[in-house]
Design a protein around this ligand. Structure first.
Ligand code: HPA
Length: 274
């Protein structure tokens, strides 16, 4: 697989610029079942991923595979309905290519969302969790290979991967809305199988509160690019072994469907304050 080059990023960005006059300042990446937010955009242009030079195509059910650019709460946004996962066979730098393209288009802030399994025993399916930090257990890294200093430094700082400022805004907003907002550490694994109960016990011991198969490579690239990040997980199920029942993608989709109203109002209220 060809490495991501500055030319590829520029070609994708140039294509997108030709489709719209809107210059996005906030990027949004929507996880499984959370794509409804895209319906709220005003004056949106929709671009299928397959039309964008060098973009991969998302292959997962519940991940639509289109980029939307428009206005949301009077902010110019670039929204990804569907994302790319390493378990689909994409190299980590390719899963994060859209973040590079966002940066090239002028995005300075990123809201990443995902569906995740709840490891913390105080969490229930349907809770929303503010991501305070992450643990990258994918064994992969999107910054492997020669570093382009024009994109970011060789050894980026990750001590505030998820912006304290934006977390404060999200917590404040949840309080105003009267929502319970959990907070915790997201651990990113490769997938695509769900974890074993033994793995979940290990992850809990390691300090993780929620587990998923996305997000970490995007956030690493965002931080490398100097983009400020806010992360929200929808706890779609209790992680393996907590309840005496098997896990399924259907359950994940059902839960995200159930909490989409709360998710929408939280994001729509946070966005203008970002
Ligand atoms: N594990 C990993 N990824 C997930 C889960 C889970 O339990 N739920 C939603 N995405």
């Amino acid at each position: 697989m060809q490495a991501i080059t500055k030319t590829m990023i520029e070609e994708a960005a140039a294509f997108i610029r030709r489709t719209t006059d809107v210059r996005p300042e906030i990027g949004l990446i929507l996880g499984s079942g959370l794509g409804v937010l895209g319906d709220e955009l005003e004056d949106a242009v929709t671009i299928p991923y397959e039309d964008i030079p060098h973009f991969p195509v998302s292959t997962v059910e519940g991940h639509a595979g289109e980029l939307l650019i428009g206005k949301l709460q009077a902010r110019n946004v670039m929204l990804m309905r569907g994302r790319f996962h390493m378990y689909e066979g994409y190299e980590p730098e390719r899963t994060a290519l859209p973040v590079r393209v966002m940066k090239a288009l002028g995005v300075e802030k990123l809201l990443v969302t995902n569906a995740a399994g709840g490891i913390n025993l105080d969490f229930a399916a349907g809770n929303l969790m503010l991501i305070s930090d992450h643990i990258n257990l994918t064994g992969k890294n999107p910054l492997i290979g020669p570093n382009d200093n024009a994109l970011g430094v060789r050894f980026p700082d990750m001590s505030e991967a998820y912006s304290k400022r934006l977390r404060g805004i999200a917590k404040e907003t949840a309080k105003e809305l009267g929502f319970e907002l959990k907070e915790g550490v997201y651990v990113g694994l490769l997938g695509p199988n769900y974890e074993t109960p033994a793995e979940i016990r290990m992850l809990r011991t390691l300090g993780a509160d929620a587990v998923g198969m996305s997000t970490v490579s995007e956030v690493i690239v965002a931080r490398h690019s100097g983009i400020e990040v806010l992360g929200i997980s929808c706890i779609s199920n209790a992680a393996a072994g907590i309840l005496d029942q098997p896990l399924s993608h259907e359950e994940v989709m059902e839960t995200t469907e159930r909490v989409k109203g709360q998710f929408l109002s939280l994001v729509l209220t946070v966005l203008p304050k970002m």
